[in-house]
Design a binder for this molecule. Structure first.
Ligand SMILES: [Zn+2]
Length: 356
């Protein structure tokens, strides 16, 4: 058997024409795997009368892989073993065939396995190059998107300020409890009350508790904290990370990168996307956490009277002004205007009084 495909596939990928636009890649292999059985079986040129012997005698090339969610019989006429994953190949005369991953290896030999590995490596590299190119082309749009996330009303910048204010005004002990609740994803707010001796006796008599100490405390669900996750967020760090990564990616010459570099840059892209998602989640959680109702619930987790008093005395609207109420434009009146306004109101009142 001779596999002319091997020679073709071992060509360094950087010699392939790499277009800026993904659609115009002109390559001897297909880039995206086939996932749909019909798409595979209805390919024009597919010949399911080809046998393993035909392939061993002739020349062929592997051009794609398929991974289906259902089993199909092998494309080799003398095999037909059901399988879900395999390879699409092309004979020198242009006919297509498909063969299962396992029977390809057992019936077509070592060269087939090598050709398969090379095909998959080539496809991986092309996909990496394509994904990175698409990301790099999209950097200006992504940059505007992140700027919007940060600057929008109650966006990441607001969340950051709100977090700073929360740290400033919340007693240490309460802050630690709140963070612990966020880490363990425990949003419940319970109030614990000690039962009277009579109440405990009633519970014992009714068989609702076994021992006196089982019935000593009653916990009542007061509510649930909303958006607790925001306490674990660091919108400033994520914003900086995204900005730095976008700056590095923006001027990347993708065509000049080797496989190792492509893999490294792909990690930068994944990291950038993850940080962007964290930013979105922080904004979403922040808008639910930093409300007066939600913040007022913190009194319930205070472990000392001092902390509880501090929290009760904190007027959240005042303590976290920008956080609770996004700054409204307030026109600043001059002293003269203020005096005129005052006289007007006073005048109206006086008229009213006179009319009455
Ligand atoms: Zn087979």
């Amino acid at each position: 058997m001779s596999c002319y495909g091997i020679v073709q596939l071992s060509m360094p990928v950087k010699d392939f024409p790499v277009a800026k636009s993904v659609k115009s890649f002109d390559l001897p292999v297909e880039v995206d795997p086939i996932y749909d059985a019909n798409e595979l079986l209805q390919r024009s040129g597919l010949d399911r009368s080809i046998t393993a012997a035909d392939l061993l005698d002739g020349e062929f090339d592997l051009i794609n892989v398929y991974r289906l969610d259902m089993e199909i019989p092998c494309g080799l006429a003398d095999c037909r073993t059901p399988h879900k994953s395999g390879l699409l190949g092309k004979l020198a005369d242009g006919r297509l065939f498909h063969v299962g991953r396992v029977c390809g290896k057992t019936k077509l030999g070592h060269d087939f396995a090598i050709a398969q590995r090379k095909l998959e490596a080539t496809q991986n590299e092309i996909r990496l190059r394509r994904d990175i190119t698409a990301f790099v082309d999209d950097v200006p749009v992504k940059r505007r998107g992140v700027q919007d996330l940060v600057q929008q009303e109650r966006g990441a910048s607001w969340v950051r300020k709100a977090l700073q204010e929360w740290k400033r005004v919340t007693p240490d002990g309460v802050r630690e409890v709140m963070r612990q609740k966020a880490r363990s994803n425990d949003s419940k707010v319970e109030r614990v009350r000690q039962r009277s001796q009579d109440e405990i006796r009633d519970l014992l008599d009714a068989g609702l508790v076994k021992t006196r100490s089982d019935g000593e405390y009653e916990s009542e669900l007061i509510g649930n904290f909303q958006g607790l996750n925001v306490l674990l967020a660091d919108p400033h760090r994520d914003h900086k990370l995204i900005t730095n990564n976008l700056e590095s990616l923006e001027n990347l010459n993708v065509a000049s990168l080797g496989l190792g570099q492509l893999r490294a840059w792909k990690r930068w892209i994944v990291e950038t996307d993850e940080a962007t998602n964290r930013l979105r989640h922080a904004i979403e959680a922040g808008s639910r956490f930093f409300t007066p109702e939600n913040l007022a619930l913190q009194v319930e987790v205070a472990s000392t009277d001092d902390d509880a008093r501090t929290l009760r005395e904190t007027t959240w609207q005042l303590a976290v002004p920008q956080a609770i109420a996004p700054q409204k434009r307030v026109s600043i009146m001059s002293e003269k205007e203020r005096a005129r306004q005052h006289r007007k109101i006073g005048g109206r009142r006086r008229k009213k009084r006179r009319a009455a």
